[in-house]
Design a protein around this ligand. Structure first.
Ligand SMILES: [Zn+2]
Length: 307
């Protein structure tokens, strides 16, 4: 089940306590339908649960019987989509009148009480909304039937602190939010508190994972530094060996030079432990600096010879 489906399932199980809120929810559901006023189709969904939920709400709140038409997949024969419609023209007209669906703008009748806008948005989200899996990205959207309706709902959301953005898509308009805090606020507001907690949980895990990744990047950077240093040391030792042999180095430095040539991948600490007798890390570092100085001395001599 997708995260979006989980949120909707939670919302379908929510008990609506007040009559005014049930009407506000139904109002949102009908208002955002693209074609209810023309052909009676309210929406189409893959979820039997949402289709049934709407049918019950229509019956209980408005006394209207809806039809749920099942479309089967041509190949598999499985149930694919459920199309929800009010077939009876008389009933459809009654609903249109009662909810003022032909009026321009939002009807204050269903939204004036403080408790109702949340239900209105819950209805819209259930039928025309979706949320992306928060493990991937933060994105919640509502598909509005027109630019005008998108604007109206944008303003209503603003009063509740939801800062929608609007964009155009395939003959419709989308209201969306991309900030995780905004999504959390919206889900809590419309009553999906469990889903909000789940989203916050996912967010924490994501942030921790990022932290771990950053730490690993840091270690990689250190590793790169070690590799670069070793490369320079090996170049110095190889140069000395080529010019005049490792006997050029004194007895303290020679075993370390040999070890480094044989083990270019080892850290200073590992080199220190391999020496006989073992040395401290800083001791190794000090001797490697002396080897570098020896190599530089030889390079400088060569330069002088060439002059
Ligand atoms: Zn209410």
């Amino acid at each position: 089940m997708t995260f979006s489906q989980q949120v909707k399932q939670e919302l379908c199980r929510l008990e609506i306590r007040r009559e005014c809120c049930a009407l506000a929810q139904l109002y949102g559901m009908l208002l955002f339908s693209r074609s209810f006023c023309q052909d009676g189709q309210v929406f189409s969904t893959e979820s039997r649960q949402i289709a049934d939920y709407f049918a019950q709400l229509m019956a209980g709140t408005a006394g209207t019987v809806v039809t749920i038409r099942t479309d089967f997949h041509k190949k598999s024969g499985d149930t694919g989509r459920f199309t929800v419609l009010v077939e009876d023209e008389g009933q459809r007209e009654l609903i249109t009148e009662r909810f003022g669906l032909r009026l321009p703008g939002l009807s204050p009748l269903f939204l004036e009480k403080e408790c109702c806008p949340a239900s209105f948005f819950r209805g819209i989200f259930l039928l025309y909304g979706s949320i992306t899996n928060p493990e991937r990205e933060y994105h919640l959207e509502l598909a509005a039937p027109s630019a005008y309706m998108a604007e109206e709902v944008f303003l209503l959301g603003k009063t509740a602190g939801i800062q929608w953005k609007i964009s155009r898509r395939k003959g419709g308009f989308i209201l969306y939010v991309k900030e995780s805090e905004q999504i959390e606020d919206f889900l809590t507001w419309i009553g999906a508190t469990k889903s909000t907690l789940k989203l916050m949980d996912i967010k924490i895990i994501k942030e921790m994972r990022n932290k771990v990744n950053r730490a690993t990047n840091c270690e990689t950077a250190n590793l790169d530094k070690t590799v670069d240093a070793s490369r320079a040391q090996v170049a110095d030792i190889a140069y000395i060996k080529e010019r005049c042999g490792l006997s050029y180095l004194d007895e303290e430095l020679r075993p370390l030079a040999e070890l480094r040539l044989q083990n270019p991948e080892c850290s200073l600490r590992e080199l220190a432990e391999m020496l006989n007798p073992p040395l401290s890390r800083s001791g190794v570092n000090h001797r490697l600096q002396r080897i570098r100085q020896a190599a530089e001395r030889l390079r400088a001599e060569r330069k002088d010879e060439r002059k």
